[in-house]
Write a protein of this length. Sequence first.
Length: 175
Amino acid sequence: MWAAGDCCEVIERIRGKYVLAPLGTHANKQGRICGYNVLGGSHAFRGVLGTAITRFVSAGTHMEVARTGLGTREATEAGYDVESLVTVGGTASGYMPERSPIATKIIADRRSRRLLGVQIVGGAQSAKRIDTAAAVLWGEMSVDDLATMDLSYAPPFATVWEAIQLAARRLSDRM
Ligand SMILES: Cc1cc2nc3c(=O)[nH]c(=O)nc-3n(C[C@H](O)[C@H](O)[C@H](O)COP(=O)(O)OP(=O)(O)OC[C@H]3O[C@@H](n4cnc5c(N)ncnc54)[C@H](O)[C@@H]3O)c2cc1C
């Protein structure tokens, strides 16, 4: 029997625990894997991080939110020695008219220094930055890796210290 999509629980990669994460991005990957396997393949779905993104728009307001990995409570309950902080930055250099605020919460394990989760709340062009953090989590990298990796910069697109990287640098210093 084969099943894919919203009807399935999936492995959350950080804790190795089954969770319900009914999202189109998982359903599509799982459907493709089911198709391969029905025809004799042996592909496996590689799990989720809980990466999600949305936005709220009303007259004069544009707010984006995103998350990946564990929140503080989930990480603490999973036995990690949690350190976290919130940093407020911008989506572009200060003198660019398109700049909007971006608040980043970053969570890591003090013992291993592994990144555990990131959450973003901000204006236009803020939330999709979560994918950088998701890639770091997927690779089981540390907060130091995120703080020092080579990310792009030019004034219309980011600050010299990209917002997520700024949060990682500050958390790295604190730990
Ligand atoms: C409003 C909304 C917004 C969303 N936005 C996002 C988003 O931005 N990003 C994201 O990743 N996910 C999003 N999702 C979630 C995403 O749509 C689902 O996770 C995804 O569609 C699940 O795919 P699925 O194939 O498992 O189920 P479905 O897409 O629900 O497909 C199931 C199909 O089975 C059919 N069906 C049901 N019963 C029977 C039956 N007895 N016989 C035959 N056919 C049947 C249904 O009609 C349906 O066509 C959103 C969901 C909603 C409701």
